[in-house]
Design a protein around this ligand. Structure first.
Ligand code: SAH
Length: 357
């Protein structure tokens, strides 16, 4: 008998009774269970290990530069009163803590709101940032004063929906059981009408991936920013161009594993479709600026910050240099990770994107 989590057993019963389940449901329930039951973050060499590491956990420079970016924008917007800082999926609360410290240095002390689904992570976040208020979704954020919102590696964890082109037409991509293994199958129901006409004659096997949850959150968020004033900074891995194909992947103890092998026990993510997120922001009337993490951090002065930190803690100079490299080098996080900045009509453009767009 193989050892497995409660969720795998539940999926098996469900599929046996009712047939295959959509990829989006498999991913959504897997991640809800995964984040609710652990702190997944940690460096691979650490005792606690974890499954993956994120930019704010690599270096305080990441959160600090985000805080300075927000404070700079707020200053150039003539320092409005009643500003809120909100963060989606704040993990251990490290980014918020570093950003808020940097903002306070610039005279900005906003109210703090966290959108977080996991009770385990809420406890860590409350300890890192005392006084933060918690919400289940962006729609729960109090609707007053300008909003400065940040998310890092949040959108990649939202469930994706996949459609696959078969010789019989487009179908939803589902998860079924083959013996005791979870496998991908095409659903029974025709889905041709879920795609634009131009996609009708795609090659068999083509997969189109969308993230309805990300689109819904983005719409709500951009409507709020357009109305209230403020900005959003979204950092994640993915692409600024529209693309086909499945990007679903799973990480367990810093290694890629089969995304269907251990539901609820591995981190499931998909590339963020920044192209669509940017379209939604433009339609809401916001300004959009896009770049890569490496260039953006470099333009904001990460080299200078790294030198200053190393000068004040010479014994940590090597570690600081290594962290800077990891965040900005193209072969590490610098190119794969993208930055999308959204600013309200009437607000200035954000720094770090070269010429103002
Ligand atoms: N931003 C942090 C953590 C990234 S991990 C960092 O950079 O270190 C993803 C985070 O998003 C976790 O805090 C997780 O609990 C949260 N999350 C994932 N899906 C969510 C959802 N649907 N609703 C609310 N929070 C979610």
């Amino acid at each position: 008998m193989r050892e497995e989590g409660d969720l795998a057993a539940r999926f098996r019963r469900l599929i046996a009774l009712h047939g295959p389940i959509p990829v989006a449901r498999f991913m959504g329930e897997s991640n809800a269970h995964y984040y609710a039951t652990r702190d997944p973050l940690g460096a691979s060499g650490e005792d606690s290990g974890g499954d993956f590491i994120t930019a704010p956990e690599i270096s305080q420079m990441f959160g600090e530069l985000i805080g300075l970016w927000l404070a700079d924008l707020w200053t150039r917007a003539s320092q409005p009163h009643g500003v809120s800082y909100a963060e989606l999926g704040p993990g251990r609360g490290t980014l918020a803590k570093d950003a808020l410290r940097a903002m306070a240095g610039a005279g900005l002390r906003p109210a703090v709101h966290f959108v977080e689904g996991s009770p385990t992570l809420r406890r860590l976040q409350a300890a890192a940032v005392p006084g933060a208020l918690f919400h289940d979704g962006v729609d729960g954020l109090p609707d007053e004063g300008p909003l400065l919102l940040v998310s890092n590696e949040f959108f990649d964890a939202l469930p994706v929906r996949q459609l696959v082109c078969t010789p019989r037409g487009w179908r939803e991509r589902m998860v079924a059981l083959q013996g005791s293994d979870f496998v991908f199958v095409a659903g029974d129901k025709p889905m041709d009408d879920a795609l634009p006409d131009a996609r009708r004659n795609a090659a068999a096997g083509t997969i189109v991936e969308t993230c309805p949850a990300a689109a819904a959150i983005m719409q709500d968020l951009c409507a709020q920013i357009a109305r209230r004033g403020g900005a959003a900074l979204i950092v994640d891995y993915g692409s600024h161009e529209a693309r086909d194909g499945s990007t679903l992947q799973a990480l367990k103890t810093h290694r890629k594993v089969d995304p269907l092998a251990m539901p609820g026990e591995a981190d499931l993510t998909a590339h963020v479709d920044f192209f669509t997120l940017a379209e939604i922001a433009r339609r809401a009337g916001c300004r959009v600026q896009a770049g890569t993490q490496g260039r953006w951090l470099t333009e904001l002065g990460i080299d200078l910050r790294a030198r200053a930190l190393a000068a004040s803690a010479p014994s940590r100079a090597g570690e600081i240099a290594a962290a800077r490299k990891r965040l900005v080098q193209p072969a590490e996080m610098g190119e794969l990770f993208k930055v999308l900045a959204i600013t309200a009509p009437g607000w200035p453009a954000g720094a770090g994107f070269g010429e103002t767009s």
